[in-house]
Design a protein around this ligand. Structure first.
Ligand code: NAD
Length: 347
């Protein structure tokens, strides 16, 4: 075997950025959307569990595991909306892919950037099944770390080319617009959420506040709109007025997790929702008509991270953009772990 199994491939933040820039952000988002859709098609093959969350006053730390029987993945991710005040990210993450047959990890990676990419790719993949035909205009409310990735995924996968930005911090909208300047969007910065949604075919909400916020009220959502609700992803952390939910056809990732974390935590536990994988596989329809309001109640599910890590393992291998970590103690004689320690002392 030419590859030493005790050396685990590691993709640092720097390596991740090189991999993405070499391929181009939009092609990467398209590839990730395809990888995620491929895994949604074989949804039933995966071990699924709602993520394990540890809540504090400031935020949440979560572990997200899944396996398809051949590979196993987990992600560590936090959500701390007040972090940005101290110059820290709201969301950071890292994760690992392992071989189920041996239990040995094969890839350890930064996942802060990868999470922004996979979240955006999942949103765009969902919108391909749910958004109105010919959608061109997207309102984006909340213009923080996720926002440019969301915009570019919707451009790459759906052809969205007009953006209406709003953030309570106008500097965030200006930065988002400046970062996207080279990508060919027509961009308007709006003073209010009400003005941002005017004429929008798709409304993306990606705000961060540990509260039951009302980013959208019922009167702001017209017939035929698709809502991509990204920021409500924790108990007590939602973005939409409950009346909007009652007028919408609601699509979710994994109901046992979304009923606790998503916008639908505001609804009774048996409220009807459609699992996105059933739409992707053709078992259920996506958008039924031009007047329907569709809502993707995104919270982020482990299978999307699995897909992203699976994609990354190949991309890192092809580009050579990884380091090798001496992460696993692996003595030549497997049962002589202590002897390895003694030999190290002697050396
Ligand atoms: P961020 O802190 O970088 O940006 C959030 C932005 O929202 C900030 O610019 C802030 O000023 C703005 N904002 C807050 N309240 C607002 C309001 N009432 N109206 C308008 N703008 C408002 O956070 P981020 O990394 O971009 O993440 C955004 C949200 O998405 C977070 O809540 C995060 O937990 C969530 N998220 C969800 C997923 C998923 O899979 N669903 C994945 C990643 C992040």
């Amino acid at each position: 075997m030419d590859r030493k199994l005790n050396l685990v491939r590691f993709v640092s933040v720097d390596r991740m950025m090189r991999i993405i820039l070499a391929r181009g952000v939009e092609p990467v988002l398209r590839d990730l959307a395809a990888a995620i859709e491929e895994d949604f098609r074989r949804w039933e093959h995966f071990d699924k569990t709602a993520r394990v969350a540890s809540h504090s006053r400031e935020g949440v730390i979560e572990l997200m595991p899944t396996s398809d029987g051949g590979q196993y993945a987990f992600k560590y991710v936090n959500g701390h909306p007040r972090n940005t005040r101290d110059g820290l990210q709201t969301v950071t993450a890292f994760g690992m892919l392992a071989d189920v047959a041996t239990g040995y990890p094969v890839l350890l990676s930064e996942m802060t950037i990868l999470t922004a990419l996979r979240t955006a790719a999942t949103s765009a993949m969902a919108a391909r099944h749910l958004a109105p035909v010919g959608a061109r205009v997207m309102a984006m409310i909340g213009n923080g770390a996720q926002s440019e990735f969301q915009a570019l995924a919707f451009k790459a996968v759906l052809g969205i080319d007009r953006l209406r930005l709003h953030d309570i911090d106008p500097a965030a909208s200006r930065r988002c617009a400046a970062n996207l300047a080279r990508y060919g969007f027509t961009i308007e910065i709006c003073d209010t959420a009400e003005s941002a949604v005017l004429g929008a075919d798709i409304i993306t909400t990606a705000t961060a506040d540990k509260a039951n916020a009302t980013i959208l009220t019922d009167n702001m959502v017209g017939a035929g709109v698709h809502i991509n609700a990204v920021g409500g992803d924790c108990p007590g952390k939602t973005e939409l007025h409950a009346d909007i939910l009652r007028r919408s056809s609601i699509f979710v990732e994994y109901p046992p997790q979304t009923r606790v974390e998503g916008e639908i935590q505001q609804l009774p536990g048996d409220y009807p929702v459609t699992e996105l994988w059933r739409v992707v596989t053709g078992l259920e329809p996506g958008r039924r008509d031009a007047c329907e309001i569709t809502l993707f109640d995104s919270v982020g599910f482990a299978i999307e991270d699995f897909s992203a890590l699976r994609w990354l393992a190949r991309a890192a291998g092809e580009s050579g953009e990884y380091d090798e970590l001496d992460l696993l103690a692996d003595p030549d004689e497997p049962r002589d772990l202590f002897g390895m320690l003694l030999r190290a002392e002697a050396a």
